[in-house]
Design a protein around this ligand. Sequence first.
Ligand SMILES: [Zn+2]
Length: 87
Amino acid sequence: MAAKTHCPAGHPYSGDNLFHDKNGGRLCRTCSRKHKAESYWRHRDRICAERAAKYVPTSNRRRHRHGNITVSDEQREALRIIREQGE
Ligand SMILES: [Zn+2]
């Protein structure tokens, strides 16, 4: 049986990049980390948006204060700027 030496994205199954799941499957650490980070940010973004919609008092809505609620707004703003600069 031919052992795969690279993950579907082309990262090598070797050294620190290779680890095994609990079923004995081979996993690419780079991809695993990437997927985890992506789902984390997606999840976090949605939670922040829902929380902000419910949570921010009307009088504070225009004020950018430091805290969990405004972080995702700041990130969105940063992404918007990056996107505009890229075009
Ligand atoms: Zn990979």
